[in-house]
Design a protein around this ligand. Structure first.
Ligand code: FAD
Length: 388
C-alpha cells in the first residue's frame, strides 16, 4: 500500500474534473484490491488472469471510450487515467485492456457492419468475450505493409492463409481481428475461435509481460463468409487507426508504471539505512529522485495535453508518436534508475520495479518501436520520410 502520492507536488489532480478523479480513484482501488496482492505470482508463473476480464467489464473498463453497444462512453482523458492506474499495477493488465478496447473493439466499432457490432461489442464490453488483433507477422513487424497473410475470394466466401506473431490475448480470444492482403488491398476480417484451420500457440520463455498472453496465430485455408470482412476498413489506414487508439492509452499507461516505481522507491529510500542514515538523505539519491519526478511530471502533463486534444477531436497521429516515444522511454529509464536505488532488493519480485522495467521493454517495442516513432516525428518536422 503506497503512502506517497508523488504527483501531489505539482497538484496534478487540480487539472482533472471531478468525474475524471472519480474514475481514476475507482480504477486505483480495483488495482489495489484485485491486482497488487497477486501480480508478482502471476508474473512469476506466467499467468494472465482471464477472470479479471468480467470484473473489468463490470467496471466499464473495456472499450470504455467507445459509444453505445454496452460501452461506457467516457472521455479520452478518463480512459487514459484508467490505463495509467492499470499499468501502475502491471503493463500486462493495461495491455489486456488496450487490446480488448482499443484494438479488437475499436476495429469493430470503427469499421464493422451493424451486424458485427451487435454480435460482438456488448459481449466484448462485458468481458464475456475476449478479442485480439492480428497485424504483426513473423517477417513483418515495423513494416506491416509487407504482410503475407492473404485472403482470396472463393465464390461468396473468403479463404484465409498465413500467420501472425506476437499477438496479445491470441489464445484467449473468442474473436480475432485479422488483417490480410486481398486483391482489393489490405482488409480486416473477424475470425471466431474454433473456425476450422485457425490455431494459436503461446509464446513461452518471455522475460517481459509475463502476466499477459502472447501468441502466434496460424490460418490454414480458413473459410470465412463474406460477412466476416470489416466493410469500412480499406488499406493500412484501417489497422493504423486502431493502433493510434491503443498508443494513446500507452502514453498515460507508461506513466503509471513509472509512478509506481517512483513511489515504491521513495518509501524504500526513506527506511533503508546505510552509513547510519536513510539512503533518501544522500544527495546522489535525491538527484535521481528529483530528476525522475520531473520526467514523470512532464510525461503526465504531456499525456493530459494529448488527452484534451483527443477529446477536442483535433489530435493527429504524430502527436501521439511524441507522447509514446517520450513517455515509454522515460518510464523505462525511471524504472531502471529506481532499481539502482533499491540495490539488491531491486532484482526480486518482492518489489514491482524490475517487473515494470522488464514489462516496459515490450511496451517500448509494440505499437511502433521508439525508432519508428522517431521516424514519424522526424517526418512531421522535416517533411521527409526516412522509413525506407
Ligand atoms: P522489427 O520490425 O524487426 O524491428 C527490429 C528493430 O529494427 C527495432 O529496433 C526497430 O525499431 C528497428 N527498425 C525497423 N525498421 C526500421 C527503420 N525503418 N528505421 C530504423 N529502425 C528500424 N502485434 C500485433 O499485431 N498485435 C498484438 O497484439 C501485439 N502484441 C505484442 C505483444 C508483445 C509482448 C510484443 C513484444 C509485441 C506485440 N506485437 C503485437 C508486435 C509488435 O507490434 C512488434 O513486435 C513491433 O511492431 C516490432 O516489430 P518486430 O518485433 O518485428 O521488430
Amino acid at each position: 500500500m503506497h503512502q506517497t502520492d508523488v504527483t501531489a507536488l505539482i497538484d496534478f489532480d487540480s487539472l482533472l474534473s471531478e468525474e475524471e478523479r472519480l474514475i481514476q480513484r475507482t480504477v486505483r482501488e480495483f488495482v489495489t484490491e484485485r491486482v497488487r496482492p497477486h501480480v508478482s505470482a502471476w508474473f512469476e508463473e506466467g499467468v494472465s488472469p482471464r477472470e479479471l476480464a468480467v470484473e473489468m467489464g463490470a467496471l466499464g473498463l473495456l472499450g470504455m471510450h467507445l459509444q453505445g453497444y454496452g460501452c461506457a462512453g467516457t472521455t479520452a482523458v478518463a480512459y487514459g487515467l484508467a490505463c495509467l492506474e492499470l499499468e501502475a499495477g502491471d503493463s500486462g493488465l493495461r495491455s489486456f485492456v488496450s487490446v480488448q478496447g482499443s484494438l479488437a473493439m475499436y476495429s469493430i466499432h470503427a469499421y464493422g457492419s451493424e451486424e458485427q457490432k451487435q454480435q460482438w461489442l456488448p459481449r466484448l464490453a462485458s468481458g464475456q468475450a475476449i478479442g485480439c488483433f492480428g497485424l504483426t507477422e513473423p517477417d513483418f513487424g515495423s513494416n506491416p505493409a509487407g504482410m503475407r497473410t492473404r485472403a482470396e475470394r472463393h465464390g461468396d466466401d473468403w479463404v484465409l492463409n498465413g500467420s501472425k506473431m506476437w499477438i496479445t490475448n491470441g489464445s484467449l480470444a473468442d474473436v480475432a481481428t485479422v488483417w490480410a492482403r486481398t486483391e482489393d488491398g489490405i482488409r480486416g476480417f473477424l475470425v471466431p475461435r474454433g473456425t476450422k484451420g485457425f490455431t494459436s500457440t503461446d509464446v513461452h520463455q518471455k522475460l517481459s509481460l509475463r502476466a499477459s498472453t502472447t501468441s502466434a496465430l496460424s490460418f490454414d485455408d480458413v473459410r470465412l463468409p463474406a460477412s466476416a470482412m470489416l466493410p469500412h476498413a480499406r488499406g493500412l489506414s484501417g489497422p493504423l487507426g486502431c493502433l493510434d487508439e491503443a498508443r494513446f492509452g500507452i502514453v498515460f499507461g507508461a506513466m503509471g508504471a513509472a509512478r509506481d516505481c517512483l513511489e515504491t522507491t521513495l518509501e524504500y529510500a526513506a527506511t533503508r539505512v546505510q552509513f547510519d542514515r536513510p539512503i533518501a538523505g544522500f544527495q546522489l539519491t535525491q538527484a535521481k529522485l528529483a530528476d525522475m519526478s520531473v520526467e514523470l511530471y512532464k510525461g503526465l502533463l504531456l499525456a493530459l495535453h494529448l488527452g484534451r486534444l483527443k477529446d477536442a477531436g483535433s489530435i493527429v497521429p504524430e502527436q501521439i508518436s511524441v507522447g509514446k516515444l517520450n513517455n515509454v522511454r522515460e518510464a523505462i529509464t525511471i524504472a531502471r534508475t529506481c532499481r539502482t536505488i533499491l540495490g539488491g532488493s531491486g532484482i526480486t519480485l518482492e518489489y514491482p520495479v524490475l517487473r515494470h522495467a522488464n514489462n516496459l521493454e515490450s511496451v517500448l517495442t509494440y505499437e511502433g518501436t521508439s525508432e519508428v516513432h522517431q521516424l514519424a516525428v522526424g517526418r512531421a518536422l522535416t517533411g521527409m520520410s526516412a522509413y525506407q
